[in-house]
Ligand binder design. Structure first.
Ligand code: HEM
Ligand SMILES: *[C@@H]1O[C@H](CO)[C@@H](O)[C@H](O)[C@H]1NC(C)=O
Ligand SMILES: *[C@@H]1O[C@H](CO)[C@@H](O)[C@H](O)[C@H]1NC(C)=O
Ligand SMILES: *[C@@H]1O[C@H](CO)[C@@H](O)[C@H](O)[C@H]1NC(C)=O
Ligand SMILES: *[C@@H]1O[C@H](CO)[C@@H](O)[C@H](O)[C@H]1NC(C)=O
Ligand SMILES: *[C@@H]1O[C@H](CO)[C@@H](O)[C@H](O)[C@H]1NC(C)=O
Ligand SMILES: *[C@@H]1O[C@H](CO)[C@@H](O)[C@H](O)[C@H]1NC(C)=O
Ligand SMILES: *[C@@H]1O[C@H](CO)[C@@H](O)[C@H](O)[C@H]1NC(C)=O
Length: 528
């Protein structure tokens, strides 16, 4: 009994401590899939045959297929000997999308994927992370297993030499290509079987393999690998073993391009037979081997631990100075919890003056993840009879929070959830003109905090689309005031949509960023 309790404690202790901006963002992208505060990825695959390409809602194609293939093409550049290539989003460069001989490019699936997935990329989630996350969410929402996701991939600055195997290459060339990528022959069979359960081969890009199909339900003439081309299942293996497969890389009329046949039979069909006989075996193998595939990164890149859902997670906590009050906004998410109107959720917080306060939180919504296998309940810091969160005392501020849910204390094992109120936007900020936008941002810096510098942060893309943060120094005021001194910056020619966050650095060199992003547009015209 004791040993069991200890194990559970240890496994929860490895979860990260909130707040951690990168892990918080990765965790949200991974687990806030549909419903309240949902991220974008799941919306691109609901239902699983969703496909959009420049407004064209074509049949026969699917985002899920494109995403998984694009991720593999990115990985396929990896050279395990020198550690170059791998999941680094280098596939976004046109040079890498060019293939060896027969054809000029890999079709529209890859640019399509890149366009969609990069909408989730941001300051804390690289393009390569989103390229792994997209297919992971697609697989688990379209019938497949849950796949361990780690973050921290680093986006390449240039193309790698293309490394994608071609259907007209021989078995030995394929074994060698997968070995270079770090996979054994058995891994290769598994990876191809796990990949080719989605999608198929398009006539347009492989006219020598697939003829025009003249099928009004398959307008792009895609010869699917199996009969359930948007479901992640073992049908490909079942149909292959039963000899009823229509996989164009198995039963194509030209033996030269039947690469799936050569690969699948290369171990005497042992692997494919095991997949055909057991859906569980297929799914567990795919979960393991695809996680390895997504985690194939260039040498020197350090991935995070596997991202697991945080049981209790404050969300979008924001503070704003407003005259003699400090406004607090926020929500909290409780993982694996459904709606229950009778549940009591209490927020307890401590302040700089040593007092403790409490307030009841109100139910705000539900979210789901992993094909609705998990549900999370969200509660908001709304005004209640006990407390007006818009009118906290700035001198007291807020230092840390904990929650009480139906009598159970949630405080990250005693640490609490720390809240930084050292540097906050002030809503004395204003726009001096609106066309073009010029204005004045005021930032409150808590007196007595060891703040060395304050700067505005603006998220921009560099010339190879990577997100970078541009810092603009904010000057300290001549005089200190209590409890907050106001540091100010004048902005000219600001685009009204530009979002600013505030960054600050403490005297010991640690840097922080606020959660709340504001545009000049959000503030009123300055009083004259
Ligand atoms: C020897 C290895 C491989 C060869 C020769 C190969 C070949 C191909 C070809 C010719 C296509 C058709 C592409 C098109 O029509 O645009 C395709 C599609 C696809 N491949 Fe592979 N592939 C291999 C390995 C893999 C691996 C390891 C994965 C992932 C784990 C994968 C995932 C996919 C997916 C999901 C599609 C469907 C794309 C869609 O429908 O949009 N392939 N593959
Ligand atoms: C992989 O890297 C090694 C070491 O740099 C090199 O000798 C080898 O040619 C590379 N393989 C390929 C296929 O580029
Ligand atoms: C589809 O139509 C084209 C043009 O008429 C023809 O060449 C092709 O063979 C047809 N494909 C099939 C699968 O019947
Ligand atoms: C079969 O495919 C190979 C490689 O693409 C090509 O060179 C050959 O001409 C094809 N054979 C036939 C009969 O179409
Ligand atoms: C593998 O299975 C396929 C499909 O049933 C069959 O055509 C082929 O002969 C088998 N190959 C071996 C080596 O058993
Ligand atoms: C989710 O909650 C249910 C009921 O409260 C519990 O039985 C189950 O073990 C929980 N699952 C996880 C993964 O924590
Ligand atoms: C409660 O707070 C949430 C999030 O801060 C907000 O979206 C919602 O409108 C608020 N609801 C009420 C009733 O005030
Ligand atoms: C600050 O914000 C509140 C509510 O958002 C608003 O009522 C108030 O007028 C604002 N103060 C200024 C100076 O704009």
């Amino acid at each position: 009994m004791l040993a069991v309790a200890l194990l559970i404690h240890l496994s929860t202790a490895t979860a990260y401590i909130w707040p951690s901006p990168q892990l918080d963002a990765l965790e949200a992208a991974r687990f806030d899939q549909t419903g309240h505060n949902a991220g974008r990825i799941a919306g691109f695959i609901q239902p699983c045959d969703t496909f959009f390409l420049g407004g064209l809602d074509s049949t026969g194609r699917s985002n899920v297929g494109d995403w998984l293939r694009t991720a593999y093409h990115d990985v396929a550049t990896h050279n395990i000997t020198d550690g170059t290539g791998g999941m680094d989003a280098s596939i976004r460069f046109a040079d890498e999308q060019k293939l060896f001989h027969t054809i000029q490019n890999v079709g529209d699936g890859i640019p399509n994927t890149i366009g969609l997935l990069f909408t989730v990329t941001g300051r804390y989630i690289s393009m390569a992370d989103s390229l792994a996350l997209g297919p992971i969410i697609a697989i688990e929402n379209c019938g497949g297993p849950e796949i361990a996701f780690r973050g921290g991939r680093v986006d390449a600055a240039e193309a790698n030499p293309p490394g994608v195997p071609q259907p007209d290459q021989g078995l030995n060339a394929h074994i060698a290509a997968f070995a270079r990528q770090g996979f054994t022959q058995t891994d290769m069979i598994s990876l191809v079987a796990c990949g080719h359960t989605f999608g198929g081969v398009q006539h347009e890009y492989f006219p020598d393999i697939v003829p025009e199909l003249n099928d009004t339900t398959d307008t792009e003439s895609v010869a699917h690998f199996d009969s359930t081309f948007v479901t992640f299942d073992n049908k490909l293996a079942m149909e292959y073993i039963a000899d009823t497969t229509k996989d164009p890389l198995v039963v194509g009329f030209n033996l030269t391009t039947n690469s799936d046949r050569r690969i699948f039979s290369s171990d005497g069909n042992i692997t494919m037979r095991s997949f055909a006989e057991s859906s569980e075996k297929f799914k567990s193998t795919c979960a393991r081997i695809l996680a390895l595939m997504f985690d194939t990164v260039p040498k020197g890149v350090e991935l995070t631990d596997i991202i697991t859902p945080l049981p209790v997670k404050p969300h979008n906590i924001q503070l704003m100075l407003d005259g003699d009050t400090l406004k607090l906004f926020g929500e909290v998410r409780f993982w694996n919890m459904t709606e229950d109107r009778a549940r009591d959720v209490l927020l307890i917080w401590e302040d700089h003056l040593g007092s403790t306060h409490h307030a009841t939180l109100s139910f705000a919504g539900l979210s789901t993840a992993v094909a609705e296998r998990y549900t999370a309940a969200w509660y908001a810091f709304n005004q209640t009879a006990e407390i007006d969160f818009q009118a906290l005392n700035p001198a007291a501020g807020i230092t840390r929070m904990r929650f009480i849910v139906d009598g159970r204390v949630e405080d990250q094992g005693g640490l609490g959830f720390s809240v930084q109120d050292s540097v906050v936007f002030s809503n004395s900020s204003c726009a001096t003109s609106q066309n073009p936008y010029t204005g004045h941002l005021d930032i409150g810096v808590r007196t007595g905090m060891p703040v060395a510098r304050v700067y505005l942060e603006q998220q921009v893309n560099d010339d190879v689309q990577r997100v970078v943060i541009v810092e603009t120094e904010v000057e300290p005021p001549m005089t200190t005031s209590h409890p907050y001194s106001i540091w100010s910056i004048d902005l000219r020619d600001a685009n009204k949509f530009v979002l600013y966050t505030i960054g600050f650095e403490l005297k010991d060199g640690t840097k922080f960023s606020t959660n709340d992003a504001h545009r000049l547009f959000d503030f009123p015209l300055c009083a004259i």
